[in-house]
Design a protein. Sequence first.
Length: 160
Amino acid sequence: MKYAFVGGTRVQAEPKLSGICPSCKSEVISKCGKHVIWHWAHRSRSSCDPWWENETAWHRGWKNRFPAEWQEITHQDPVSRDRHIADVKTSHGVVVEFQRSTIDPVEVTAREQFYKRMVWVIDGTRSELDSSTFNISRGTLREDGLAQLKWWGRSRLFHR
């Protein structure tokens, strides 16, 4: 987690700080080592977002392309009261999720149903052949800047 509340202010992790999780309101501690991205960690994850995953430099880099006020936004379903933390939620309510690791198709569907208006950004460079497979699978760009992806054989990119 990139942000927590310290003294009522949303801040990034710094050494020896404690804060409050913006989603579940439980205590979080700063993790600021030499080999990991500085982040906030729950003392216990049991009461927070079950969709949480470790954040890589790739993931953080993508989040940093968006305004800070759009990053790590808690989204709550008004009926079920379920809460999840979106990687990015734009001012128009579109959620952007960044995914580098394998994710179960059931969870993909659950996230899409929960957020409704969302976009996935998938790391297409994780393995040697991912980039070429992605390029082969991508259709030509339309006037609106979008392209359709088509399944190409037994692509590891799409299998993951």
